[in-house]
Ligand binder design. Sequence first.
Ligand SMILES: *Cc1c(COP(=O)(O)O)cnc(C)c1O
Length: 396
Amino acid sequence: MIENRAKTRPIYLDNHATTPMDPEVVSLMEPYWNESFGNPHSSGHFYGWEAEEAVEVSREKVADLIGADTDEIYFTSGATEANNIAIKGVGRFYSSHRKKIITCVSEHMCVLDSAFQLEREGFDVVYLEVDRLGFVDLNELRDAIDEQTILVSIMAANNEIGILQPIEEIAKICSENKVFFHTDAAQAVGKIPINVRKMGVDLMSLTAHKVYGPMGVGALFVSKKNGVKLEPLFSGGGQEKGLRSGTLSTPLCVGFGEAMSLAKNKMNNESRFLKSSRDQMWEYFREHIDGVRLNGCLERRLPGNLNFSFEGVDGASLIAALPDLAFSTGSACTSASEEVSHVLQAIGLSNKQAESTIRIGLGRFTTSEDIQVACDRIASEVIKLRDKPTHYIAAQ
Ligand SMILES: *Cc1c(COP(=O)(O)O)cnc(C)c1O
């Protein structure tokens, strides 16, 4: 029975929402739920030392993937928390003399919401617009920076349309103007080469569950180089050098570290396969379906990301017609309250176009056969829905 059900599980094509854990990650975590259960902050006995050592080895693995030093990695519960600490933490620490931050309209909601909170606290926030492909304009960034500005926060890779912002150029502008630069790299880390030194970023947010690690753990990289200071969000026992109080989860840290090590070893081959699968899928749709548009930019894009609008087809109806596939619509996917994706709006899509959009995220465990099945199934359902006038958005 169970085997039977397992065989009929939908093909998973939503690797931007979360990734399945790599089996090697699961097996390395295993003992830390059981016999090696100690509190990594217990400094007086073996159980604590054992857990602490595992956490520190994991910290090294995380640092290694992004070219950081070990003491620049602060574990958090994920990228949401890391983004909150970075934005509110830097903003509040320097608020007595500099009260302006700059971000971008197509950021993840946790970045935007942190910025909204700072606005309520009296900060001046600039939300840079993006062009039709999703990129920020470097001249607009330059113009927005003034002597009141303390922080720029621009994501490395967009979670909806997969585009890669020009992080090195942004970092250069920030450093020339003596402004700190934070980047949300939740989607980028482990998918494209990242080196915090080469890129020149001061703060970077990471999460494990988008890179085949466990949910509920991530990190904030804080560079020692420019001496950036942050006000913590949590009061407590002063763990993570006072920046993030709370007992670290040893198994989650171990899983995160291993996920980063695996990413380091697998990234080159994996991204080559994902990129060619992605291009193959786009070619297939272009050949077999009229009125399909690829959102974002094909060249500067995450290897496994696709985001399509199918003219005249409602994305939610398409998902409903394809229970054998698991992917998400382009609309209403970043927050429970949002009706139309702010990212798709930002790149100039109408509400109708946004509602006819789907996002596909290919990943480590996607097979060539999955791609072929998904291509055939999506194309045939798009054509079928178009033949049923009641499903046309225009007819609603
Ligand atoms: C998933 C994601 C987040 C949130 O990460 P969590 O670890 O789930 O809190 C933040 N930013 C981006 C770009 C993401 O894709």
